[in-house]
Ligand binder design. Structure first.
Ligand code: PHE
Length: 356
């Protein structure tokens, strides 16, 4: 066997046996690279006489070609093995059970607010917002509640420390200051609801120092008590999902509305079981009235031209009634077990809203 034959068989054996692509590349470099063994032999051809150069050149070319094809063949083999390995490794077992996915739930307060916005949104109301920390003017004076008025005491107001000028800011006791702000900044016609947080120093099973209200306000040149009644009857029926829900307007008093009314819905409370829409009992759910002309004037609206109505209700209260929740306090306890029981699946619109 010539030296060339043994070089050839050595290189081909190495090519066949190369364990991976890196080893194969190293072999290519050592044989065919710039300083490879075959390349070196090629370079040596120049020193031979023409006959020998031709014969040796052809022989070297054959070895070179044989090595190249051996490397190519082994490369294809190795790539195939690698592909098989990856396919096996990355395969999916579609029969495996899915991993449990933690889904958050919507708090009943948020859910109820969304329902309110959806119902009043259908009636053409937009949402207005205002600050939680208010001054006397927006929370009381503009709403026709002067300092000596008993309503100021009744509301169990949280006051901030006195300012140098003697005034004190308050945590708003109702969402009505938002109607003041809306009237100050918007030219009628106005049709807004203001859902949001409110604060009163009161705490038991049905009262919390922080709670939520929604206020509604409609002002234009011709809105009258009939519109107030129609809007609120329609709202009560849509919210509680009872088409023929009995709704009663009872004369009442609020400084900011005249005349004022409280709204009751028909229910039965027999055997400790509350059923809304049936029976001969009544449940109070909201306050309302025609906006007092004094309030319009306090907010810079001409009361000889404009009129309208306002209403306000507690969000916790209407949520508790609709969803049968006996106690208000767990609303703010952040107890995940309570939320799992009373929470709502996100993105799933309740049938009542979907039906609108
Ligand atoms: N602001 C009143 C309250 O908190 C509710 C209300 C609003 C009543 C608007 C009438 C009109 O009790």
């Amino acid at each position: 066997m010539t030296d060339l034959d043994s070089l050839k068989s050595e290189l081909l054996t190495a090519a066949h046996a190369a364990p991976d692509l890196a080893a194969l590349e190293a072999l290519r470099v050592s044989g065919l690279g710039k300083k490879g063994r075959i390349t070196q032999l090629m370079k040596g051809l120049g020193g031979l006489d023409p006959e020998a150069r031709k014969a040796q050149g052809q022989a070297l070319n054959l070895v070179k070609d044989a090595l190249q094809s051996a490397i190519e063949a082994r490369k294809a083999e190795l790539e195939e093995v690698e592909l098989e390995r990856r396919l096996a490794e990355e395969s999916l077992d579609v029969s495996l059970p899915a991993r449990p996915r933690e889904v958050g739930l919507v708090h009943p307060i948020s859910q109820t607010m969304e329902e309110l916005v959806a119902i009043f949104g259908e009636m053409g109301f937009t949402v207005a917002e205002g600050p939680h920390i208010e001054d006397d003017f927006h929370n009381f004076d503009a709403l026709n509640i002067p300092p000596e008025h008993p309503a100021r005491q009744e509301m169990d107001t949280f006051y901030f420390p006195e300012k140098p000028d003697g005034s004190r800011m308050v945590l708003r006791t109702h969402t009505s200051p938002v109607q003041v702000r809306t009237m100050q900044s918007t030219k009628p016609p106005i049709r807004v609801i203001a859902p949001g947080r409110t604060f009163r120093a009161d705490h038991d099973a049905t009262h919390s120092p922080m709670f939520h209200q929604v206020e509604g306000l409609v002002i234009d040149e011709s809105t009258h008590m009939g519109h107030l009644k129609g809007t609120l009857i329609e709202f009560c029926r849509a919210y509680f999902g009872v088409d023929d829900l009995p709704v009663r307007f009872r004369p009442s008093y609020f400084p900011f509305t005249e005349p004022s009314a409280e709204v009751d819905i028909g229910c039965s409370k027999k055997g400790g079981q509350l059923v809304i829409g049936a029976g001969d009992d009544w449940l109070e759910i909201l306050g309302c009235g025609m906006v007092n002309p004094k309030v319009l004037e306090n907010c810079g609206i001409d009361s000889s031209k404009y009129q309208g109505f306002a209403f306000g209700m507690g969000i916790e209260r209407i949520a508790m009634l609709k969803y049968g929740m006996p106690d208000l306090r767990p609303f703010y306890d952040s107890d995940i077990r309570w939320l799992r029981h009373y929470g709502f699946v996100p993105l799933e619109t309740p049938s009542m809203v979907r039906g609108l």
